[in-house]
Ligand binder design. Structure first.
Ligand code: NIG
Ligand code: FE
Length: 405
């Protein structure tokens, strides 16, 4: 049985307490068996005998839970570097989508490739993402927008779940935008979603959540309600891309439909914050999306003051957030969204896990949970966030196995 000792500080990150309460344990040890945590706490209280264990030495470094990226669009064809240049030159994200770029250009590329090619590309990305510290990841469909291509994307996630070690949660995002063949007939696309694709996804258990992009350029609140209710009938729990570019009632809808999370939220209203707090909806902040669309960042402190828990995620996708590095997203959430390093840590671990219903098996370092953790060469989480260094040494343990040293 492995035992990791000589940990200067281990951050438990339990669900209890408030967003700042990361529960640091000094001079800690952690032991695990068959990928599951057996004991965590101060060395002085460890009940076992070291000789009975395979002892590993953290060398005085810190340990945090494996990071949970609770919002990504992981599987897609192609990339969109030209749009990056256009945005830098002053074109907005919405202008680019209106002229046929944006999500629709990735839909064309995703549809044009075979499932195996999509699998290989996505598997390669997932390996790199795991090595950067993300051990649990939520993956959305939404670049297929047809029965065949949405199922193709969700099958890729199923195959990854089977072949790879990472914890993978799938979300159906057929309501990402209206596909080109339905541009003049959005009602028919919504019927295709509610009457054909959602029933199939639900019956084949291809996803756990149903997400809708509620936005001027995508779906209205009424359309989204109808789609999310259809998802619920087939066992898919709601999630919402809410109030990203315009304030359009996405947060309020998330509360009304019992969504597990409302994500983006840069333009959330005060009423939306109150309703989210009352309904216990987790807010997910996505700093890369704000950075790459040159929009203002979410004021996370306002949400926390309003009683909402805030998760931090990457939104990794080929348009608005082509970066998958969770530590960098956390550092931006500190600098731009007013989270303290401890609050960002809780947002990237246990609250991320809560945003995808995974809090019973991952997201904190507690007995019985998956042995997913990072050993980081920094004296504290404050220092790690403050002196952001892409070459900082970090070991990644996933289900008790070291996948990056
Ligand atoms: O979360 N907001 C909608 N969807 C993605 C963007 C996807 C894209 O640009 O391809 C997002 O930012
Ligand atoms: Fe997104």
């Amino acid at each position: 049985m492995p035992l990791l000792k000589n940990i200067s500080t281990l951050y438990v990150c339990p669900d209890d307490g408030d967003q700042s309460d990361v529960h640091p344990v000094h001079d800690a040890v952690i032991s695990w068996k068959d990928g599951i945590i057996e004991w965590v706490g101060p060395k002085s209280e460890f009940p076992g005998r070291e000789d009975d264990y395979d002892v590993l030495n953290a060398g005085g470094r810190i340990v945090i839970p494996g990071l949970v990226d609770c919002h990504t669009h992981l599987a897609f064809g192609g990339w969109r570097p030209d749009e990056f240049e256009m945005r830098v030159q002053g074109k907005s994200y919405l202008e680019i989508s209106r002229s046929g770029g944006g999500i629709l250009s990735t839909v064309r590329e995703t549809r044009s490739i075979h499932e195996n090619e999509l699998y290989e590309k996505t598997a390669g990305l997932l390996d790199k993402i795991n090595r950067s510290g993300t051990t649990t990841i939520e993956c959305k469909s939404g670049y297929g927008l047809s029965l065949k291509d949405e199922i193709k994307t969700l099958r890729v996630y199923d195959r990854l779940r089977y072949n790879k070690t990472a914890h993978i949660i799938s979300t159906f995002l057929g309501a990402h935008t209206i596909p080109p063949e339905f541009q003049d007939n959005r009602k028919s696309y919504i019927s295709l979603l509610t009457d054909d694709i959602i029933p199939r996804v639900g019956e084949e258990k291809l996803a756990k959540f149903c997400d809708v992009f509620v936005e001027e350029s995508a779906f209205t609140v009424d359309e989204a309600r109808h789609i999310l209710e259809a998802g619920k009938r087939y066992g898919l729990q709601p999630k919402v891309h809410a109030d990203q570019l315009t304030s359009c009632g996405g947060a309020e809808l998330a509360a009304e439909t019992g969504a597990i999370s409302a994500d983006h939220l840069e333009k959330v209203s005060d009423l939306g914050i109150k309703k989210m707090a009352d309904a216990g909806v987790i807010a997910v902040t996505l700093p890369f999306a704000s950075l790459y669309t040159q929009e203002s960042f979410l004021d996370c402190r306002k949400l926390m003051d309003g009683g909402v828990r805030v998760a931090v995620a990457t939104d990794f996708n080929p348009g608005s957030a082509p970066c998958y590095d969770m530590p960098l997203a956390m550092m931006l959430a500190c600098n731009q969204s007013r989270l303290t390093p401890a609050q960002a840590l809780k947002g990237a671990t246990i609250y991320g896990a809560k945003a995808i219903g995974m809090e019973n098996s991952t997201g904190s370092l507690e007995k019985g949970k998956s042995a997913d953790f990072l050993v980081i060469d920094a004296p504290s989480v404050n220092f790690w966030m403050y002196q952001f260094a892409p070459d900082r040494k970090m070991e990644v343990f996933l289900k008790g196995e070291c996948i990056q040293s």
